[in-house]
Design a protein around this ligand. Structure first.
Ligand code: NAD
Length: 453
């Protein structure tokens, strides 16, 4: 996009917002229905774009992108009247006679910067919440998933009100120009380094931000667990989207004696899921670009690769790979993997996993597989993470009643379901006072007699 047009575009969105065009509940609902219509009517086009950008098969594209997003629209539409209604609160005696309430209001013109790994869900999810809360939005999809970005830029203007919602395509230059503008909120999904750039730029305008970042999400596996189910769930949640999932288990922590049984069970699941010729299996996708294939390959240097390890830069293929007992100082254990390599870290006692998790930056997600309720309680209570799932992987994402977001280095703020509506709303506190009674107690002239009452 021509960079000089960005300032003009933001002004246009602001004018429409100031005219109140996005506020009426009926307008919000109509736009949400239009968004759903766009997804349903162009389902095949979305699948084709997701296949081109990430090699996603239709089943995965439906469950984790198109269907997931349609579901979020339905969930929101059903509850919007309730969410948007004013909430009465009590008023203390000192302020009587009065009534008090909180009323959610849109923030204004908001910027949503999406990521490439779930290029539909991670851009339209926040958009749903922003529309529901009555905002005007500029959407910046990731340039690393170009077919999805182009499709959103083509379709959204055909379905949504162009005075209120627009798409800016592009990379660093366009994002930098957007960040110079004054927004009322910025919702960013991506890596930590750019998260800092976004927050610095937002500070210039005192703009609040939500940062949905990443990091290394640990997966603690106690030997007191159902091995088969545990392996099935870890394998699914790690290798879906070829490991390019912000909440994918980044590394496993297991006791020494349980490492080999777990590795065997994981490899059996991988063979059952993807067959012997994984490269030609339509259910196994591709790495987003060659640069990321090379980055992942470099992580295998001097590691004990016990399964997989094959890759093909030209075809953006990287096999599901398991590394045993990795060097804690290596890039594999220092950087977020964001790909199909699963390190199996070994501890002498599973309780040591708590100290290991706590010695690292706060993760976006924490996973624990155990049948031991006392250990479960101990892990829940003595660790901090954005989200946690016990005895499964990324399934917690399927519950819109669980706000999704990071903590510390993995981000700030949350969305999904009502949390998304709240993120894009300001709850205005309102007191309405009666006028019949007006005791003179608080008015000057003050006297000790008034204080003694
Ligand atoms: P990224 O931070 O590299 O890029 C995201 C966006 O920032 C892109 O749209 C890009 O145009 C823009 N950008 C890049 N460099 C910029 C610069 N110098 N100045 C201004 N803008 C710039 O992130 P990514 O590679 O798209 O995503 C990977 C990371 O995102 C991982 O850490 C992953 O865990 C995280 N992630 C988090 C979530 C979540 O929901 N918490 C979801 C997906 C991905």
């Amino acid at each position: 996009m021509d960079l000089t047009k960005i300032e003009l575009l933001v002004s246009k969105m602001r004018l429409s917002f100031n005219q109140g065009l996005s506020r009426p509940l009926d307008k919000r609902k109509e736009q949400l229905k239009q968004l759903k219509k766009m997804l349903v009517e162009n389902e095949k086009q979305f699948y084709a774009a997701l296949s081109s950008d990430l090699g996603k098969g239709e089943y995965e594209a439906f469950t984790s992108e198109v269907g997931f997003t349609v579901g979020e629209v339905g969930y929101t539409l059903k509850r919007l009247d309730e969410w948007a209604s004013r909430k009465n609160v009590s008023t203390p005696l000192v302020a009587q006679p009065a009534s008090s309430y909180r009323v959610p209001q849109p923030l204004g013109v908001v910027l949503i910067i999406g990521a490439w790994n779930y290029p539909i869900q991670l851009t339209l999810g926040p958009l749903i919440a922003a529309i529901a809360a009555g905002n005007s939005v500029i959407l910046k999809p990731s340039e690393l998933s170009p077919r999805c970005s182009a499709l959103l830029a083509e379709l959204l203007p055909k379905y949504l009100d162009n005075d209120l919602f627009s798409v800016v395509e592009g990379g660093v230059d366009e994002t930098t120009e957007l960040l110079k503008q004054k927004f009322n909120h910025i919702f960013y999904t991506g890596g930590e380094a750019v998260g800092k750039i976004v927050m610095r730029a937002a500070a210039e305008h005192l703009t609040p931000v939500v940062l949905e970042l990443g990091g290394k999400s640990p997966c603690i596996v106690d030997k007191n667990t159902s091995l088969d189910t545990t392996a099935a769930r870890i394998a699914w949640s790690k290798w879906i989207n070829v490991g390019q999932t912000c909440v994918a288990p980044d590394y496993v922590i297991v006791e020494r004696e349980f490492a080999d049984p777990l590795i065997t069970a994981l490899t059996e699941k991988l063979k059952a899921y993807y067959g012997d010729n994984i490269k030609s299996n339509a259910d196994y996708g591709r790495i987003v670009n060659k640069r990321h294939v090379a980055r992942l390959a470099s992580y295998l240097d001097k590691q004990d690769v016990v399964f997989g390890g094959e890759y093909d830069e030209d075809e953006r293929f990287f096999a599901p790979t398991i590394v045993k007992d990795p060097d804690p100082a290596s890039d594999l254990m220092q950087q977020e993997i964001f790909g199909p390599i699963l390190p199996i870290c070994i501890v002498d006692d599973i309780k040591d996993s708590i100290a290991l998790v706590n010695s690292r930056p706060l993760p976006l997600a924490l996973y624990l597989y155990t049948k031991n309720r006392d250990f479960e309680k101990e892990v829940v209570n003595s660790t901090t993470a954005g989200n946690m799932c016990i005895n499964d992987g990324i399934m917690f994402m399927a519950n819109p009643n669980l706000p999704f977001g990071g903590v510390g280095n993995s981000g700030m703020g949350s969305y999904h379901g009502k949390a998304g509506f709240e993120t894009f709303s300001h709850y205005k506190s309102v007191m309405r006072r009666g006028t019949l009674l007006d005791p003179s107690l608080r008015y000057p002239p003050y006297s000790s007699r008034k204080l003694n009452i």
